[in-house]
Design a protein around this ligand. Sequence first.
Ligand SMILES: C[S@@+](CC[C@H](N)C(=O)[O-])C[C@H]1O[C@@H](n2cnc3c(N)ncnc32)[C@H](O)[C@@H]1O
Length: 475
Amino acid sequence: MPGNLPTQPTRSGRVLASDRGSSTAHRPALVLAEAARAISAVALQGRSADEALSPRGQARGSEGSAAAARAAAMQSAIRAVTLGTLRWYLRLDAVAAILLAGRPLAPALRGLLVAGLHQLEFSRGRPEVTVSSAVDAARLLRQPRAAALMNALLRRYLRERPALARRVAADPVAASAHPAWLLSALQESWPDDWAGVIEADNAPPPMTLRVDLTRLTPAAYRAELARHELRGVPLPWCPSAIVLGRPLAVDQLPGFAEGCVSVQDAGAQLAAQLLQPQPGERVLDACAAPGGKTGALLEASAGRVELTAVDSDAARLARVADNLRRLRREARLVCADLTQPPAWWDARPFDRILLDAPCSAVGVIRRHPDIKLLRRAEDITALADRQRQLLTRCLSMLKPAGRLLYSTCSLLPAENERVFETVLAQLPRMRPLSVSELLPPALAASVRRCGYGIQLLPGSAAGTDGFYYACATVT
Ligand SMILES: C[S@@+](CC[C@H](N)C(=O)[O-])C[C@H]1O[C@@H](n2cnc3c(N)ncnc32)[C@H](O)[C@@H]1O
């Protein structure tokens, strides 16, 4: 009986079966049970998906490489169900509410019901197998009395699916699977583009690589991919970018461990093209962690710049160090709050500054669907306040005729052009630089101009995540 599965309690109270216990037959129920816990941790307790999915304390392949591979496959299946469910949570939970008709359900069971609905709606598995896995998962969650209820609810869903779909389609939040505040902010900011943004947000993102052009050519790397039966497509406007035909774990990527390639959306790779660090220059990477753009800046300048990477989060800064070690690149790493006077700074101004400011991250929802559930409208004012402080501080460290690039992965003008324009208006020596003139010509038609800056929108022809970029100089 699945209810008698040997389970291994973990520090986080999880029920992931030990490697020995997780036979192939039991796997779908275990995946659903673990996903249910992660989903309820995000949707009902406000934890991030990364935190909720952290493998800390789970079985880790202590029994050799076959067990490690099984544990990794299990983890990846749990992640896929969790992120898929979170992507559609606001629609699926509306269906769950109709099915439950006010009946209370423990948080993990609510997560399980929504995950089960996701699997019925979006997976290619046979519906009766999904239903019986969800029933087994309820037992694994130590809720045996809820097993019959889970069975009844999911079977009712299968019987009444068209009528339920019609009911939730009438509600814009459920139909778009976006919270009301974000939906209206997108409609107001992007009246011609919001529907494409929503569609892109709800689709699994492509996996894009950044090739270190100082170490190999994109053609050579694509040939290497082909030798591993992998397909990579180049992007005409971004020489370092290769879009993979299908996503895969980084440890299966040729050259990843050696630092020849990194995973980075092409929209993020644009930062190095816009900042154009030159050999010998002093470069500040402000808000650098986990170091995606730090690596890109060092590769773009063949490492011939003096780069200082600053971040206020020590744990995240440690990831910059890890990344640079893998890339075989060097930078000075500083843990400091950039809203405070810079005690770490020697008062010599920087030639180039990248300020990749903390933001709502609503431009990267397709990669982090939990943002739709975690972010609130009222967060935006506080974020914009901090962005203005950071931008003001960074501009004070810029050399005359130097270049500062302000970037966010937000789609909201309140965090983008309004921040940039307000700060520049208060600093008479600062001048905006036209980003349009710095853009690769093949990208120009796919961006939206907003004030002095540009916006990349998910769902546009560029195929990137959402980013805002604006440039300033000082006279
Ligand atoms: C958008 S992320 C940066 C991503 C990074 N540039 C990359 O490409 O990997 C924003 C970063 O700002 C950092 N941050 C937030 N407030 C800060 C502050 N007051 N001073 C310095 N760093 C800050 C956060 O810790 C976070 O790592």
